[in-house]
Design a protein around this ligand. Sequence first.
Ligand code: NAG
Ligand code: NAG
Ligand code: NAG
Ligand code: NAG
Ligand code: NAG
Ligand code: NAG
Length: 329
Amino acid sequence: MAAAMRRCSTKNCALLFIFLFLTGLLSFLENILPSSSSVVYDEEKSPEKLVRQSGGDGTPNKTQDVDEIRKDLPQNIVEVDVEQYLASGENFDVTECSTPIPEENYTTPKEVPLIALASYPRSGNKLTRQNLYRITGNNRRLYKQAHNLDLNETEFDRICYKTHAYDNETIKYYNGGAILLLRNPRESTISFFMWQYNERMKYDRDTVTDWIRKNDTIWTGWVQETIRSWRDTYLAWINQGHRVLISFTEDIAKDANRELSRMVAFAGQRVPIKLLKCTTSEFAWISRKHLDFEPFFPNDLLQQCISDVNNTLIRKGVRPLPTYPATYL
Ligand SMILES: *[C@@H]1O[C@H](CO)[C@@H](O)[C@H](O)[C@H]1NC(C)=O
Ligand SMILES: *[C@@H]1O[C@H](CO)[C@@H](O)[C@H](O)[C@H]1NC(C)=O
Ligand SMILES: *[C@@H]1O[C@H](CO)[C@@H](O)[C@H](O)[C@H]1NC(C)=O
Ligand SMILES: *[C@@H]1O[C@H](CO)[C@@H](O)[C@H](O)[C@H]1NC(C)=O
Ligand SMILES: *[C@@H]1O[C@H](CO)[C@@H](O)[C@H](O)[C@H]1NC(C)=O
Ligand SMILES: *[C@@H]1O[C@H](CO)[C@@H](O)[C@H](O)[C@H]1NC(C)=O
């Protein structure tokens, strides 16, 4: 099938691409790793253990607090104020991470809403979740205890649920809203292509890279499709999400503390600032460049899709997309 796909006629291509795209999305449900990152993360450790290991000796109550959601921006996009919270951790020293945070310095969350971490594939969804699970793991346990709930390990892990879907049913299902993770589509489409053919379908890297280098139809067809899906994913969530917090992957790379604390506050939770700092100090957000040459992009379409999303944000009066470099390199 792969051979057919490489040299398919235009008619067949459409079907093949749709098929591959859907199967790709399916496997993503359990298995996305942002290309961009090297992670120090031990899946074996339970959130409680991680929390205890990374804790400092607690902070005064006042500085643990994150301001409540400050304003509901036009329609459904919300913002949270984390300035005071972050300021309370300005002089934090990572050597404090060796001492645990006392139990009484945690605040039991009042509720644990059903929230999606929605994104186009390869936007940093997994790394973001891993951080959020560690930061909020103890809160989940306290919530469970307080309400005498019989949540199993899987449910207990979640502050939010990964999704790449953007159909009306999915969006409606997440009645607590969504954290929407947006990454430059030049980065995510290339990463998605490499993941799909190299990691998932096991073509070797050089072969996959050569398809891009030689402007093969397998690449040019792919990128036309995926750029449209990138746009459609974000337009659907921005327009229809019950309650949406927007976070740019580029901002997480620059300041993980700020972006993750926005997400935690959006989920209605508060954690000791030391827990946040100790967790993020163990993660590296390094963007990986897959190519050392400029790949073909359908630039008019790409620009149109980026503008569609950007203009929708601007129309809603919220912060627009950051300025993306005009090149992949
Ligand atoms: C932890 O919280 C308690 C109040 O429950 C407070 O007295 C104590 O100072 C806090 N610990 C630290 C290290 O701030
Ligand atoms: C700090 O928080 C704890 C737990 O929520 C509470 O029992 C305690 O009274 C608070 N202390 C102050 C000084 O507000
Ligand atoms: C734990 O929760 C998940 C998600 O709701 C569910 O799919 C799974 O069957 C549950 N496992 C047990 C042992 O109850
Ligand atoms: C999804 O919802 C939007 C907005 O409510 C609506 O315009 C669109 O027709 C719906 N799509 C489907 C397939 O139901
Ligand atoms: C690559 O393929 C696309 C789509 O077929 C075409 O528009 C473009 O001109 C090609 N670019 C190069 C450098 O060959
Ligand atoms: C989005 O719009 C803002 C405001 O016009 C602009 O500064 C920014 O560069 C745009 N971002 C992209 C990716 O086009």
